[in-house]
Design a protein around this ligand. Sequence first.
Ligand code: HXC
Length: 258
Amino acid sequence: MLPEKTFEGQLAIVTGGGSGIGLAVASEISRLGGRVVLAGRKPERLADAVAALTAAGGRAMAQPTDVRQPEQVDALVEAALAWGGSVDMLVNSAAGNFLVDADQLSVNGWLAVVNTVLNGTFFCSRAVGRQMIASGRGGRIVSIVASYAWTGGPHTVHSASAKAGVVAMTRTLAAEWARHGVRVNAVCPGPTDTEGARPLWQDPLARERLLASIPVGRFAKPEEIAQATTYLLSPYADYVNGEVLVIDGGEWLGKGLS
Ligand code: HXC
């Protein structure tokens, strides 16, 4: 377990921080002493999350942001700097997803997911990375991906394609920015029990099938994904760069004939 004051004096931006995995990561950073700026599209949800973190003794602020809009992303980084003086960590957790047959996916549906996951991750990484480089302090970036980025994922062609791009982006930025003291990694959760993801397996048969495909036999808890993410953000991972840490109970393995 990371020491309690691991992130004291540091500031993190967490996109998609108002709910699900993003909120779990924000809570864990906050518990470990870091300030957190929560970015997301829904102001009420962000306000509730800030209230929860603050009630637990943390320091958090909300910045409503659509990561698909580069100007809003720039405003997010400016707001974070105005509040905390530096941005030491970025967690790209904003995502969009729905199940659809690829031949039925509309152009707008494709763009909604690809713009959020791939473009949004780049816009945020670029804006924060620029600041980390210019400040001379360096920093750490972690993006949330999914294993269908490399296995393929029927009914998620938009998300699988975008997450594959984020994996390539992670490795590219890791190689490019290490000399500036910026480490870039990814966490790859398996099916995680969050409100946003649950509709993907609301059908009882789909749920049973999915559970049967996870060797550990259950969905991930958001806190488990948060702990993996804070490990990568922490000094324990100072020599880990360009890695994708899979936390999926072995789900993407074991696809043999039996
Ligand atoms: C088919 C759909 C659709 C659906 C939206 N669209 N939902 N098409 N089936 N269920 C289409 C719309 O018809 C529209 O196209 C286009 O997508 C844009 O829809 P909007 O609702 O206007 O877009 P927007 O408000 O930007 O919403 C983005 C979104 C939404 C991606 C569609 O679902 C979203 O914001 N979700 C955020 C939360 C989320 O999805 N979290 C899940 C993360 S969990 P047309 O052609 O009609 O104009 C996760 C787990 C992965 O990713 C599991 C890994 C194991």
